[in-house]
Design a protein around this ligand. Structure first.
Ligand code: PLP
Length: 394
């Protein structure tokens, strides 16, 4: 009788958090570990945002807000979507939540019936399948192959659709891949979703972290039909280095957003009031810090990408966005005697003192993920360590 609910029995712990915890433990015991596991920018939140949060508290804005978020923050999000994407939304089509992660969680809770299928391209962000399962749904994985730059095609999606398919998740720029779907690719995907009448969940959290000549296109921008079926997920975590503030949003269908807001009213009441005031400043205030961080990430990428690619047995595609590198390490594992990426990552941590995330948790069992959201000196030293480790064991 005193057993856990069956819904948590299939829940896998986040591999990202597990490795990061182990690396922190080693560090605390005096071992010089370099952590490349981070999923967050290594900058502090810009000062103007911190000031705005402080001022709001001093002004007594420390009470509950409407469950779906402050109207002024919704307006700031509406203005952002208008300016950046040329998309028009009304307040009842926006909900502010506790980070994009919890917005997605709430979305699956209101969208999924037991047995409903959600198509999740791999490599994927670890929480998608777990959240779908928690809602009683079935994750259906289709593989973004390395030769296709880890992206799936409209044809693959078409072939994966059954009468139970409810939605597909598109994450561009992607975690862990760093890849961006082109407008043409998105158009083809939108066409399949129209034909099969699917929801499109478009996770655009890395929108502002884009390099080279790439640009971000939201699938919702492509047509009226695409907009109608797309639920945009985004937030301030990665764009404004505000991971700890926990503010994200959804923009899309008013019925879905209404149900989510209703659910939030019984589960969270509202996202932290102070964080909402901070997010208003993040969207309405000066944006130069966003661009400064983007440029810095880009120069780190340009510098370390060739160093990583030079490691024997590592095949790396240069990412177009986000702050992760995802080398395919099949040959390196073979030549150094590791059976799988979990063991390889474990050895890198305990023998080379570098924490990376094994791709197994992302549905990508031949890759490891390195985050370059840390100082250039540390990334370069970490890559040197990995290089010598591989060379020694080769
Ligand atoms: N979506 C993706 C693809 C992510 O990588 C992350 C964070 O790691 C999130 C969503 C969640 O972001 P938030 O901090 O807004 O919950």
């Amino acid at each position: 009788t005193r057993q856990l609910a069956s819904r948590v029995n299939t829940l896998s712990p986040s591999t990202t958090l597990a490795i990061t915890a182990k690396a922190k433990e080693m560090k605390a015991s005096g071992i010089d570990v370099i952590g490349l596991g981070a999923g967050e920018p290594d900058y502090n939140t810009p000062d103007n945002i911190i000031e705005a949060a402080y001022t709001s508290m001093k002004e007594g804005k420390t009470k509950y807000t409407p469950s779906g978020g402050l109207p002024t923050l919704k307006d700031a999000v509406i203005a952002k979507l208008e300016n950046d994407q040329g998309l028009h939304y009304l307040r009842n089509e926006i909900m502010i939540g506790i980070g994009a992660k919890h917005v997605l969680y709430t979305l699956f809770q209101v969208m999924i019936n037991p047995g409903d299928e959600v198509i999740i391209p791999s490599p994927y962000w670890v929480s998608y399948p777990e959240q779908v399962k928690l809602a009683g749904g079935v994750p259906v994985h289709i593989e973004g192959k390395p030769e296709a730059h880890f992206k799936v095609t409209a044809e693959q999606i078409h072939d994966a659709v059954t009468e139970k398919t409810k939605a597909i998740i598109i994450n561009s720029p992607g975690n862990p891949t760093g890849m961006i779907y082109s407008e043409d690719e998105l158009n083809q995907i939108a066409n399949v979703c129209k034909e099969k009448d699917l929801w499109i969940i478009s996770d655009e959290i890395y929108e502002k972290l884009i390099y080279g000549d790439e640009k971000h296109v939201s699938i919702a921008q492509l047509s009226e039909d695409a907009k109608k079926r797309t639920l945009i997920i985004n937030g301030v975590s990665k764009s404004h280095s505000m991971t700890g503030w926990r503010i994200g949003y959804i923009a899309g269908d008013a019925t879905v957003v209404g149900a989510m807001t209703n659910l939030a009213s019984h589960s969270t009441s509202n996202p932290t009031t102070t964080s909402q005031y901070a997010a208003i400043e993040a969207y309405n205030g000066p944006q130069d810090a966003v661009e400064t961080m983007r440029k810095d990430f880009e120069s780190r990428l340009d510098r370390v990408y060739p160093q990583l690619a030079a490691i024997p047995g590592f095949k790396v595609i240069k990412p177009q966005g986000a702050f992760y590198l995802l080398p395919e390490v099949t040959e390196a594992m073979e030549k150094t005697g590791f059976a799988n990426v979990d063991d390889f990552a474990e050895a890198l941590l305990t023998k080379a003192n570098v924490a990376v995330i094994p791709g197994s948790g992302f549905g990508s069992p031949n890759t490891i993920r390195l985050s370059y959201a840390t100082s250039i000196e540390l990334i370069e030293e970490a890559i040197r360590r990995i290089h010598s480790f591989v060379k020694e064991k080769w």
